[in-house]
Design a protein. Structure first.
Length: 397
């Protein structure tokens, strides 16, 4: 009898997308579903960026350079310079979304059986990419009570073994929205230099910091050879479907290794590179309105959540996600129940169960991630649904 691979068995289902069939069934029943499960913004993609694709006068839609179009990489140099990140176009590989940048990092820097330390809860796909690369994620617990601040340095020290090769940090964080301070980033620098580790820095949300300032891993002086920056235009310009990211490092050996993986997949999407190139020319104040809108949405959802009896949600400092603890027995069961068995005024809400953002078994069972990517009116209606649902959920505790 034929069987699938061990890797195929171990690959986790996405906590963000695994409940989609239940949402589709709810919609077929006529129930409106408020999607707070996925980081798909309703902010419009900039018109000038779409026009760059619409007006492309191509006779042949050809491969680009495996590292991405040189013209786009030079534009990215300008973009990073605005964020006090000094790189050249030869230190950038354009990737098929931030996802491919993460996978390139794992594949280029880690051997089979190596370990990568990640503060949890973490972006669920880190688990998937680790399985694809045949490496192990070692979680370090951060706590909702502290707003998911960086765990103590002692916790990292205890987790480091001869197999440890890297630390992953997402700043601002997905799924928690936590914004790591300059001091916390210096702590990470201290650990990685002392133990000769890579730091994989996922900075997909650097534009969306609300009370503090973003500290890039590329700002860490003396750690340049350790840092691999993983980036994407998906959230920055509300261009998730473009699938354009970037792998950035000053470590030439790592860059050369990643380039071989880039060559194997031939090239990143051509049209979306045109979109990304045009995006760099947006006015410097482009993010002002977008950032203000996300802050308003954050303030709305956090206030509403904390007003519901038994619910606690720390105030996220960045990105557009919030993690909340709910008075429920099991978040996976609850999120499915919302779609299968509940509606309020013809609507329900789709959330991401937090268990999928943890690697430690049994963690996050009473937590959910909410993406505040809908307008304030929709968020308020979604919170109405959640509040009513918690009043009647059979597994409330």
């Amino acid at each position: 009898m034929l069987s699938i691979s061990k890797r195929g068995h171990e690959m986790p289902a996405s906590p963000i997308r695994k409940l989609v069939p239940y949402a589709e069934a709810a919609k077929k029943r006529g129930t409106k579903v408020y999607h707070l499960n996925i980081g798909q913004p309703d902010i419009e993609t900039p018109e000038s960026c779409l026009d760059a694709v619409r007006n492309a006068n191509l006779k042949v839609l050809a491969y680009s350079h495996s590292a991405g179009n040189e013209s786009y990489r030079k534009k990215l140099v300008q973009y990073y310079a605005k964020n006090n990140i000094e790189v050249t176009e030869n230190e950038i590989i354009v990737t098929t979304g931030g996802s491919e940048a993460i996978l390139f990092g794992f594949m280029a820097c880690l051997d089979v059986g190596d370990e990568v330390i990640v503060p949890e809860p973490f972006y669920a796909n880190y688990n998937g990419f680790a399985i694809m690369a045949d490496v192990s994620v070692v979680p370090i617990a951060s706590k909702i009570e502290t707003g998911f601040a960086l765990p103590p340095i002692e916790d990292f020290e205890k987790a480091i073994t001869p197999k440890t090769k890297a630390i992953v940090v997402c700043n601002p964080n997905n799924p928690t929205g936590y914004l790591y301070s300059a001091a916390e980033m210096e702590t990470l620098k201290e650990i990685m230099i002392r133990h000769n580790l890579f730091l994989f820095a996922d900075e997909a949300y650097r534009e969306f910091c609300y009370e503090g300032k973003h500290t890039s891993a590329m700002h860490l002086k003396g750690a340049e050879q350790h840092v691999v920056l993983m980036d994407t235009i998906s959230k920055r310009y509300s261009a998730c479907g473009g699938r354009i990211g970037a792998f950035v490092t000053k470590n030439t050996e790592v860059l050369d290794a990643a380039m071989k993986f880039a060559q194997a997949r031939l090239s990143p999407p051509y049209y979306a590179q045109l979109l990304g190139e045009a995006a760099v020319d947006l006015p410097d104040n482009y993010f002002d309105d977008t950032k203000a809108e996300y802050k308003l949405r954050r303030d709305t959802i956090v206030k509403r959540l904390n007003a519901i009896p038994g619910v606690f949600c720390p105030n996220p400092g960045g990105a557009f996600y919030a993690m909340a603890s709910l008075p429920i027995d099991d978040c996976d069961r609850f999120c499915q129940w919302l779609l299968e068995s509940f509606s309020h005024e013809g609507a329900t809400v789709m959330l991401a169960p937090a268990t999928g953002f943890y690697s430690t078994a049994g963690s996050g069972t009473n937590e959910v991630r909410l993406a505040y990517v809908l307008n304030v009116d929709a968020i308020n209606k979604a919170m109405d649904c959640l509040e009513k649902a918690l009043e009647v959920y059979p597994g409330r505790i």
